[in-house]
Ligand binder design. Structure first.
Ligand code: NAG
Ligand code: NAG
Ligand code: NAG
Ligand code: NAG
Length: 596
């Protein structure tokens, strides 16, 4: 039976006429071009900086749509697990949650490139493993924060066959960026747009990779659409111990500077709302003035404009891959480090929160065997990407990953709907920054932005539960409240209607189960991060929230499971501040109630 027939038969048998799956227009059946049948696939990974999914940025990227969305699978429920560049990137390249890398911030002592190195991760991350698997590895753009003109060679980032890194403190200076190639000294690109510089470098590395005649990985990490960041001191050659740093809207290339005039942040129900929302410092924010909203709309518009350079970069890369004859045998992955909010819940432009705007981010994958024009709602996170890439190259999986390889075939995606886990662990430590305007009621930094959260998403529910370091709690039912405007655990919102949730579950029972789940997840390692219910119910009789909600477990959850409680707010992952810890083997469901 030929492949096309098989595929059609498979779709008919397995997918049936399930209405939740979009129409499929075509299936990638073309033969793989390469060095014979056994050619191993190449990987090109495009990683933007702070790109949103919820403010519709992808709608303004026609080449991403044409080359990636229309030729690949769009993962609509993809999440970062820490909504901040450096911790998120370290999680992405190591396959480990931030509480297991302990790279939890952008700068030392809790984060940044020096912390990545001192945690021993410089030889325990993806490029090193890809080289071990016989791949050449290339990278250009931003790797981590605090990877700077002062420390790039002490030591060099390991694992790269060829590299051309954007370096701090000039990473976010769109019109005068600094790149550093292989072991050469840094070079500044005054007057050139950072993404245009990056595009040339990426195409150059692609040619280099092709000439080497080995399978390759190429990481391309543009600064867009991150805020523009610079200091007046830079002009005087001063780039350390800076006293003044300027945050500005991102700067587009000249040719894009006049596009989309009048486009504003989408006015969702949580955009600068009339009533306060959220918890902790967020709930205390006043409504933004019109002047503030206008500034933020401009900030948003400039983001869309800088993304045009990324869109062109995608077009150039795809064309070059096609010209080299290797497009069919190359996976192209498009994602970002974390999402972004502008005006949501009255907040200034930034990230670092756990609202959907900050954590639910773009992930698109095209490549050999990946369904085309396909959208899936299986739950995936940044911890899953390193395992996925090792699988793509045929390397053995590692047993210390906190994530699970993402299925990339129609068959695998279909099975994952029922079998894949339904939770996302979200964590953050330290401050929340403000990349927009500074007011006395809205400073550059909000401290005590330390929290743990869990998202649970399945066909029957869509929940967000969070515990802050001051022990405030939040619960949102996103099925009825997609804007996360009603905190069901806030005294002001204790409407009688919120006593019973999900069409019949007492709120208390739901919170108990979510708290127990998050209690396991907040310090989980490897398998426990993937299958947390098994840690509570080793008999294997509970695999989902729905099963855990059964009243027969009430006594167990009331008595045995820990309650999340912080001792205090800290800037980093200090165990003594984090309250009781889950110990594997303790507090487990003995299973006796099964027979009573
Ligand atoms: C551009 O950046 C370099 C440092 O990399 C600095 O020496 C130079 O003065 C900057 N140019 C301008 C116009 O600020
Ligand atoms: C320049 O660097 C010095 C320390 O080397 C610092 O004291 C000074 O404040 C810096 N100037 C600015 C404007 O940041
Ligand atoms: C932040 O948390 C610390 C320690 O828990 C507390 O002492 C301080 O008052 C908090 N600050 C604010 C602004 O809430
Ligand atoms: C994480 O790193 C910080 C800073 O080095 C350290 O103080 C802390 O103890 C570490 N946390 C854990 C759990 O190892």
């Amino acid at each position: 039976m030929n492949l096309l027939l098989k595929a059609i038969l498979f779709i008919t048998l397995c997918l049936g006429t399930d209405p939740s799956w979009p129409e499929v227009e075509s299936i990638d059946q073309e033969p793989i071009i390469g060095d014979g049948a056994a050619a191993r696939p190449n990987i090109v990974f495009i990683l933007t900086d702070d790109q949103d999914l919820h403010m519709q940025s992808l709608d303004y990227m026609p080449f991403v749509r044409k080359h990636l969305i229309n030729h690949g699978t769009f993962f609509r429920k993809h999440f970062c697990t820490t909504a901040l560049c450096c911790p998120s990137r370290v999680t992405l390249w190591t396959g480990k949650a931030a509480h297991n890398t302990n790279v939890t911030n952008v700068n030392p002592p809790y984060g940044g490139y020096p912390k990545f190195v001192s945690q021993g991760l410089n030889d325990k991350y993806l490029p090193v493993w890809l080289q071990e698997a016989g791949y050449n590895t290339y990278y250009t753009g931003k790797l981590f924060n605090a990877h700077s003109v002062d420390n790039y060679d002490s030591p060099h980032a390991a694992g790269w066959t060829g590299s051309d890194f954007l370096l701090d403190p000039f990473t976010y200076w769109y019109m005068n960026s600094t790149y550093q190639r292989n072991h050469e000294p840094p070079v500044s690109y005054e007057g050139q747009h950072s993404v245009d510089v990056l595009t040339k470098k990426a195409l150059g590395l692609l040619d280099e990779a092709h000439k080497a005649n080995k399978p390759f990985f190429l990481g391309v990490a543009p600064v867009s659409p991150h805020a523009n960041l610079w200091s007046p001191a830079f002009k005087h050659g001063n780039h350390s111990k800076l006293t003044e740093i300027k945050f500005e809207p991102p700067v587009p290339a000249k040719r894009h500077a006049h596009l989309f005039q009048g486009t504003k942040v989408p006015r969702t129900e949580n955009f600068n709302p009339d009533k306060p929302s959220g918890a902790s410092w967020i709930r205390k924010l006043p409504k933004q003035s019109q002047e503030n909203v206008d500034y933020n709309d401009h900030f948003y518009l400039q983001r869309l404009r800088t993304l045009q350079s990324v869109d062109e970069l995608v077009d150039r890369l795809v064309h070059r891959l096609a010209d080299l004859g290797i497009l069919k045998n190359t996976y192209i992955i498009y994602s970002t480090d974390n999402g972004y909010h502008i005006g949501h819940h009255r907040m200034q432009p930034a990230k670092q929160c756990s609202f959907e705007e900050d954590i639910n981010i773009p992930l698109i994958i095209r490549g050999p065997g990946v369904p085309k024009r396909y959208t899936t709602d299986i739950v995936t996170t940044h911890t899953d990407l390193a395992p996925t890439l090792l699988k793509m190259v045929g390397a053995a999986p590692r047993n210390d990953f906190d994530g699970l390889a993402i299925p990339l075939t129609r068959h695998g995606l279909w099975h994952a709907r029922k079998q894949r886990h339904e939770h996302v662990t979200v964590e953050h430590w330290g401050f929340a920054s403000n990349e927009g305007q500074v007011f006395d009621w809205y400073p550059r930094l909000h401290m005590n932005n330390t929290y743990k959260a869990v998202r649970v998403i399945s066909e029957s529910y869509n929940l967000h539960y969070q515990v802050w370091c001051n022990n405030e709690r939040e619960l949102y039912d996103l099925t009825t409240d997609p804007g996360q405007m009603v905190n069901l655990l806030h005294p002001d919102e204790h409407a009688p209607t919120s006593e019973v949730l999900l069409g019949g579950v007492p709120r208390e029972r739901l919170v108990q189960r979510l708290d127990a789940l998050l209690f396991v997840l907040k310090s989980c390692k490897a398998e426990t991060c993937i299958r947390p219910w098994e840690a509570l119910h080793p008999a294997g009789n509970v695999e989902s929230l729905r099963e855990a909600l059964s009243p027969r477990f009430d006594a167990f959850y009331e008595r045995e499971t820990g309650k999340i409680r912080f001792e205090r707010c800290e800037m980093g992952y200090l165990l003594e501040a984090e309250g009781p810890q889950f110990e594997k083997g303790e507090r487990i469901d003995p299973g006796w109630h099964e027979w009573t």
